[in-house]
Design a binder for this molecule. Structure first.
Ligand SMILES: [Zn+2]
Ligand SMILES: [Zn+2]
Length: 419
């Protein structure tokens, strides 16, 4: 089994929900019954990277599988932290893999191929069995300078062509976007521009797991004579994990959040959680002026170094309006003239490159809405892939002849999970 994620529910009818926040923040996962029913055939669970939509389901669902987990060091550390909060956590066997390791799990031989995304140690998986060979990309982009870790090495993927890969299971998130994605390293110029020209305090919000972005912000703080502090539990946790796994540079020093209020305004740089409009996160508290360590005022600056995840437009707009009403300046990635956010997913040109390198017989677009999967399938076909199997949740993909999709044979409803 590759990955075991979790997501937030979207309100079914936002206009009429009395408690939209509760509904939106209900945690949901894919119903794992199909795999649970075949647990005797399950050899193990591989986690490709530490994002919630790939690892977040484990603390809720692992007891239904009870198989070892194979993953790299950073993801293992994120997972151990999550498992420390559940009763069965100590029973989970986590096997740490080094990128480029090859490992046998039951009848599967798996090679971990380092790739680039938007957090440390993302890996694609070359899965070989006597029946077929599948390259599972995980989430990825082609970044020659990802700030943390090595730039992508195309030789690893060009080599796969010689293995005659049957199917490539691949990320579709940005298949509708032309050209190439922006490199993570390009965010430094934009963040420097906005932070350097800010007259008073600066608060940047970004995804907690984006260690590269956090390091870039810390570097910009050094260059602009500001001191960096962190507001919000998930940021503190992630930076702690980055420290323990050797990804946090020792010279990136942070100050205690309780000292921020005593600094000259032009020396303050806070990184805060809550970029998606979560009212209880640090940014939500700053918007309502209820944060215990800092009260913002006119001419302070908020920088959204993130994207708006579809469905969160309304709460983010409310947050932005609350700041603007208090004359606090807001910079959002979509209207910034210089890049302050880089997506971690491949645009059309990157997908084409990957198909040209790997040359699979079959493309299996995953990780996206139907329009993304459809477009991804077309991109694969124009790049010379013989067949694209564009499916839906609940479909079974038959990868050896006859190649086909068996529609809707698996119950793939979403289930609510909670502790
Ligand atoms: Zn991801
Ligand atoms: Zn993902």
């Amino acid at each position: 089994m590759v990955d075991c994620g979790l997501t937030f529910n979207s309100p079914l009818n936002p206009a009429h929900d009395k408690d939209e926040y509760v509904k939106r923040h209900e945690l949901v996962a894919a119903d794992p019954s199909f795999i649970e029913d075949r647990r005797d055939q399950l050899a193990g669970i591989i986690i490709t990277h530490a994002h919630e939509d790939h690892v977040g389901g484990i603390p809720y669902l692992w007891e239904r599988f009870k198989q070892p987990i194979y993953t790299t060091k950073f993801t293992a550390e994120v997972l151990r932290r999550k498992l420390s909060e559940v009763e069965f956590g100590h029973l989970v066997d986590i096997v740490e893999i080094e990128p480029l390791d090859e490992f046998t799990i039951g009848p599967f031989s798996v090679k971990w191929l380092p790739i680039t995304h938007s957090l440390p140690e993302p890996c694609g998986l070359m899965i070989s069995t006597p029946a077929a060979k599948v390259f599972h990309t995980g989430d990825w982009k082609l970044d020659s300078n990802p700030v943390v870790g090595e730039g992508v090495n195309r030789d690893h993927f060009m080599h796969l062509a010689s293995l005659n890969v049957d199917a490539m299971v691949c990320d579709s998130t940005n298949a509708l976007k032309h050209g190439n994605s922006v490199s993570e390293s390009a965010c430094e110029s934009g963040l420097y521009h906005y932070i350097n020209s800010a007259p008073k305090r600066v608060v940047v919000t970004c995804f907690a797991s984006n260690i590269a972005r956090l390091i870039t912000i810390a570097r910009v703080a050094q260059k602009t004579g500001r001191r960096m502090a962190v507001f919000g539990r998930s940021l503190v946790n992630m930076i702690g994990i980055a420290r323990r796994t050797g990804y946090w540079p020792e010279d990136c020093i942070m100050i205690d959040r309780r000292h921020v209020g005593y600094l000259p305004e032009e020396e303050v740089l806070v990184v805060a959680t809550g970029s998606q409009g979560e009212p209880r996160a640090a940014l939500g508290q700053l918007a309502k002026d209820t944060h215990r360590d800092l009260s913002l005022s006119a001419k302070d600056t908020i920088i959204f170094s993130t994207i708006t995840i579809p469905g969160n437009e309304k709460p983010i707009e409310q947050l932005v309006n609350a700041f603007i009403a208090r004359q606090i300046q807001v910079v959002q990635a979509h209207d910034a003239v210089l890049p302050i956010h880089a997506s971690g997913h491949p645009n059309e040109q990157e997908l084409k490159s990957m198909y040209q390198w790997v040359k699979p017989l079959i493309s299996v677009p995953v990780h996206g809405e139907p329009e993304h999967l459809q477009r991804h399938g077309e991109i694969a076909r124009v790049t010379g892939v013989k067949s694209s199997l564009v499916g839906q949740n609940g479909d079974l993909f038959q990868l050896s002849s006859p190649v086909m999709i068996k529609r809707g044979v698996v119950n793939a409803k979403r289930i609510a999970v909670k502790r």
